[in-house]
Ligand binder design. Structure first.
Ligand SMILES: [Ca+2]
Ligand SMILES: [Ca+2]
Length: 165
């Protein structure tokens, strides 16, 4: 009996800590149905992608002004010198693709003169502090911070959680 009330308390506490429908893991920020996380380590584009995947996420993909404002605000707040996003033209020069969404044509936010494919080695997309976090193509082996995007948690309302049995 005592065990059950402890369990009930635990579940209650868990619900309270979920707060008003907490949808993202700690350290991740909710926006329009998904969760965004900032990678504190500066690393290569490929390694950043792997780190995102290890969290069930991918490098952030941006297809609207609102989304771009949100993601660049994270980069700006965290003061990343450069911040990877999930697009590359490594397979065909000039043919930019998001890792998952593929379609790149709807929205872009290149800084003036970018992408410039400097020295013929710039094939990965980042937001660049020096360009006020507008988009820049960069050598994929450069070390940059990164932003991942992953699915939000399912909503759990009190009615749906079995408190005790
Ligand atoms: Ca390129
Ligand atoms: Ca560039």
């Amino acid at each position: 009996m005592r065990k059950m009330s402890q369990l009930t308390f635990f579940l209650f506490a868990a619900l309270v800590s979920l707060g008003a429908c907490q949808q993202c893991s700690q350290g991740w920020t909710y926006f329009q149905g998904r969760c965004y996380g900032y990678g504190n380590t500066a690393t290569s584009w490929a390694s950043a992608q792997v780190m995102c995947q290890s969290q069930g996420a991918t490098l952030a993909e941006v297809s609207t002004t609102e989304e771009n404002n949100f993601v660049s605000a994270i980069a700006r707040t965290r003061k990343g010198t450069c911040v990877w996003l999930g697009a590359t033209d490594i397979f065909r020069e000039g043919d930019w693709k998001w890792t998952n969404r593929r379609d790149f044509s709807n929205f872009t936010n290149w800084s003036g003169g970018e992408p410039n494919n400097l020295n013929n080695v710039e094939n990965c997309l980042n937001m660049f502090q020096r360009l006020n976090y507008r988009w820049n193509d960069e050598n994929c082996n450069s070390n940059c911070n990164f932003i991942c995007v992953g699915p939000a948690n399912n909503h759990l309302s009190a009615a749906e959680v079995p408190i005790s049995k």
